[in-house]
Design a protein around this ligand. Structure first.
Ligand SMILES: NC(=O)c1ccc[n+]([C@@H]2O[C@H](COP(=O)([O-])OP(=O)(O)OC[C@H]3O[C@@H](n4cnc5c(N)ncnc54)[C@H](OP(=O)(O)O)[C@@H]3O)[C@@H](O)[C@H]2O)c1
Length: 279
């Protein structure tokens, strides 16, 4: 599989770029997905079989004050990738989020459930996935959740587990929301599954997350236990937390199409082992 990765400097993009032999990895500095002509020219130059679009504007709270920036990357950028791939006859794997749902159901959300984005970030991602599939019906849109990885997130202060461990080691009080449930998903596991799904030729929408759905507070406690850090985590409710963007309380995903990845606890164990080694 000859692959090109957009947004290759991020958590997932860096793992995909590492795991697909010979992948062409393009970071934001090398190619912005908002540059339609640039995206098309890069695809014409490298002629990949498949493009993994990992480029995204992800700061959920900041999107409330700059919704146009979120839309330009998550919707227009996604559309640019889809249009270029369709025109050039290339497969596309694009990523979306559990945040496209309003979180009111009392079971994990499935591919056939209706979207109901609550905030500006969520609306930009919902718009992106809709436009990708309208433009390139043979694209694969993978909705996922609560990503954590090792490599690509360092520049931004690390992924959620990095930040929890660092804060605990610095003796900072930890208050973490309990009533927002997610499937914490380890990016190397998602990258491997994405490669397999792309190779299988699957198209349309699919939910790919780790097995198990938990509150962020439980995830934080598991991180500290896995890293041997004895430090308390105070559980708080969303109404008492500092986030400004509305978030779905039930962010759990399930799938009608694929089995879940291994349990998030196993991914977390790998993450902790790699982080001890400084990998
Ligand atoms: N992180 C999560 O918890 C989560 C949950 C559900 C779904 N997802 C989705 O999963 C995918 C991968 O997420 P991730 O956690 O790997 O994200 P990430 O670590 O934030 O990586 C996104 C990458 O996209 C780059 N980027 C931003 N604007 C760009 C542009 N205009 N052109 C090209 N690249 C651009 C970013 O560069 P800069 O850092 O320089 O801005 C960053 O390297 C995204 O579609 C995301 O929305 C993520």
């Amino acid at each position: 599989m000859k692959a090109l990765v957009l947004g290759a400097g991020g958590q997932l993009g860096s793992d995909l770029a590492r795991l697909v032999p010979g992948a062409v990895a393009m970071t934001r500095e090398q190619l912005s997905v908002t540059d339609a002509a640039g995206v098309r020219a890069a695809l014409e130059r490298h002629r990949p079989d498949v493009v993994f679009n990992c480029a995204a504007y992800n700061p959920v709270d900041r999107a409330e004050t700059e919704p146009e920036r979120a839309l330009s990357v998550n919707s227009d950028g996604a559309f640019n990738a889809a249009a270029a791939c369709r025109t050039l006859g290339m497969a596309l794997v694009h990523y979306s989020t559990n945040f496209v749902f309003d979180g009111r159901l009392d079971r994990p959300y499935l591919e056939s459930d209706a979207v109901g984005p609550l905030g500006a970030y969520a609306r930009s991602k919902a718009e992106g996935e809709r436009r990708v599939l309208a433009e390139h019906p043979a694209a694969l849109v993978i909705r996922t959740a609560a990503l954590f990885g090792s490599t690509g997130s360092r520049a931004k202060g690390g992924s959620f587990p990095d930040r929890i461990v660092r804060a605990a080691r610095e003796g900072k009080p930890l208050t973490v929301v309990a009533d927002q449930k997610v499937n914490p998903t380890y990016t190397p596991d998602l990258a491997e599954a994405s490669i397999a799904l792309a190779a299988s030729g699957m198209v349309g929408l699919v939910h790919v997350v780790a097995e198990g759905c938990c509150g962020w507070d439980d995830f934080a406690r598991a991180v500290l236990t896995e890293c041997g850090v004895d430090w308390p985590v105070e559980s708080v409710s969303t109404s008492a937390s500092a986030g400004v963007a509305p978030r779905p309380l039930n962010g759990c995903l399930g799938s009608e199409r694929v089995q879940p990845l291994r349990h998030w606890g196993e991914g977390l164990r790998d993450w902790a082992t790699k982080s001890r080694r400084g990998a």
